[in-house]
Design a protein around this ligand. Sequence first.
Ligand code: NAG
Ligand code: NAG
Ligand code: NAG
Ligand code: NAG
Ligand code: NAG
Ligand code: NAG
Ligand code: NAG
Ligand code: NAG
Ligand code: NAG
Ligand code: NAG
Ligand code: NAG
Length: 464
Amino acid sequence: MAGNYFPRLIFISVFIFKLLITIVNGADIFLEWNVAINTTVHPFSEEQPVITINGMFPGPLINATTNDVIHVNVFNNIDEPLLFTWNGIEQRLNSWQDGVSGTNCPIQPGKNWTYEFQAKDQIGTFIYFPSINFLKAGGGFGPIRVNNRPVIKIPFPKPEAEFDLLIGDWYLKSYEEIRSLISNNSTANDSSPVKILMNGKGSYFDNDSRVFESFTVTKGKTYWFRISNVGTAWSVNFRIQNHRMVLVETEGSYVNQMALDSLDVHVGQSYSVLVTADQEEQDYYIVAAPKQINATGTSTLIGVAVLRYGNSVIPPRGALPPGPDPFDIQFSVNQAKSIRWNLTAGAARPNPQGSFNVSNVTLSQSFILQSSVVEINGEFRYTINNVSYVTPETPLKLADAFANGGNGVYVLDKFPTNSSNVEAVNGVFVASGIHHGWIELVLKSDLDIIHTWHLDGYSFFVVG
Ligand SMILES: *[C@@H]1O[C@H](CO)[C@@H](O)[C@H](O)[C@H]1NC(C)=O
Ligand SMILES: *[C@@H]1O[C@H](CO)[C@@H](O)[C@H](O)[C@H]1NC(C)=O
Ligand SMILES: *[C@@H]1O[C@H](CO)[C@@H](O)[C@H](O)[C@H]1NC(C)=O
Ligand SMILES: *[C@@H]1O[C@H](CO)[C@@H](O)[C@H](O)[C@H]1NC(C)=O
Ligand SMILES: *[C@@H]1O[C@H](CO)[C@@H](O)[C@H](O)[C@H]1NC(C)=O
Ligand SMILES: *[C@@H]1O[C@H](CO)[C@@H](O)[C@H](O)[C@H]1NC(C)=O
Ligand SMILES: *[C@@H]1O[C@H](CO)[C@@H](O)[C@H](O)[C@H]1NC(C)=O
Ligand SMILES: *[C@@H]1O[C@H](CO)[C@@H](O)[C@H](O)[C@H]1NC(C)=O
Ligand SMILES: *[C@@H]1O[C@H](CO)[C@@H](O)[C@H](O)[C@H]1NC(C)=O
Ligand SMILES: *[C@@H]1O[C@H](CO)[C@@H](O)[C@H](O)[C@H]1NC(C)=O
Ligand SMILES: *[C@@H]1O[C@H](CO)[C@@H](O)[C@H](O)[C@H]1NC(C)=O
């Protein structure tokens, strides 16, 4: 008799154990990606190479839930080294897998390598993209969602559907050509973007565009748009004709909800907005207009997609919805400053996400980081504190792990902490951070463009 019960007990305890593991650690997601150059998916009539993942441009959605572990086996079938970064995913599992120059080795052409990272204690809207050698200008980017665990409610009624919307500037020349132009003269006029894509598609108004993006909605329902700027240079103002949107999340934090007519999205940023289809049943324009650029009317510099009411037979009409003056920097600054964490919204853990208190910290280090363009050895280089970073052949983490002190791969603690009269150089500088210390970074810019920073691997807190 006992023999009948014993196996069942084991089965039940294994089952419970597995259930616990699943709840605490999340699930494993296994993905296999073939990254290749495709010459048929070009968004405009001009032929140009586009970097696709499993034939897709943009790449496939990574749809994860808090604490899931994601395994991406990447096959590099393009003709040069390739490195992916998982922007916004804090790399707590393997800090060196965040895929920026200096931490990982790029995957060599014809080879494959498997990234493993965990969306530990995170929720939100993020993106991945190729992080080296300007490859991002040719594609290879895609959306990442980190959903709430089922036991933790989202801080708004469940929308009818979710849409990922990747917006980015685009060039008609190939990314190789633009890379070479910028490398020879970073201020060359003919190395500027000329289009804006929405999910890899050109504008509704652009005769040169092969296809435009559209989203189908049902009157009365509310939709979740996850918007990211995957471009290389341009900030955009995003707006939908006749519709307001409610901002609910940014960069992995739920925010105090606020209604907006338009939203500025800078390179690398991600936002979630809710849009309710509460207008007459027809089609409406969805606009992404470049900042700092004079694009009027139906200029082909403006990205235009369509919000389509399911039963509508009426195409979008009227002028494009007006936005703020693209040269009004204060609009952008004020909007960003008005965004607040929702300190009572549960997110990754059942306790409120605002459980940090950084009101009184003692700074252990301070860096004033000034970006500019200078000439070094006859070449124009973007610099920070007059240093232009050179990608070393050995990744920094590897040099650190196998030769304490880097063995000449990098220069330790000589990086100028500010830009007071240091001569411009190309170099590999590493600054030590003090463990458990608070580091203050002051970002300054001399450039006449909007300069976006990618602060990788950590989540940062903007204090000023
Ligand atoms: C993403 O995952 C969530 C949670 O498992 C699921 O409910 C949803 O349908 C998935 N969405 C897509 C587009 O796969
Ligand atoms: C390369 O892909 C093969 C086949 O899927 C897999 O078995 C192997 O582990 C991968 N190699 C790396 C380094 O990820
Ligand atoms: C913050 O989140 C809570 C909890 O989900 C929600 O009820 C509340 O409306 C949110 N507050 C704002 C200002 O968005
Ligand atoms: C940029 O400079 C490199 C090296 O001097 C040269 O090979 C390349 O043709 C130049 N590219 C352009 C677009 O001028
Ligand atoms: C770089 O490009 C700018 C703008 O096109 C031009 O004014 C400048 O002369 C160029 N510099 C070099 C060194 O070619
Ligand atoms: C696009 O085509 C339409 C219809 O042929 C024409 O009226 C319009 O001027 C064209 N626009 C551009 C920018 O060429
Ligand atoms: C933008 O273009 C309009 C119309 O051509 C012109 O009146 C205005 O001065 C321009 N603004 C800037 C900042 O270039
Ligand atoms: C944060 O810390 C400060 C200083 O210790 C304290 O005055 C404040 O009440 C704390 N705030 C919260 C939300 O705990
Ligand atoms: C802030 O920190 C300093 C130094 O640790 C301490 O002397 C001071 O009392 C703290 N202030 C508050 C408001 O907690
Ligand atoms: C700038 O760096 C120099 C040299 O390290 C240092 O003496 C000076 O105090 C720094 N200035 C500021 C404002 O941090
Ligand atoms: C940067 O380097 C240039 C060229 O070496 C030099 O003229 C300039 O003074 C330096 N600027 C700063 C802010 O250090």
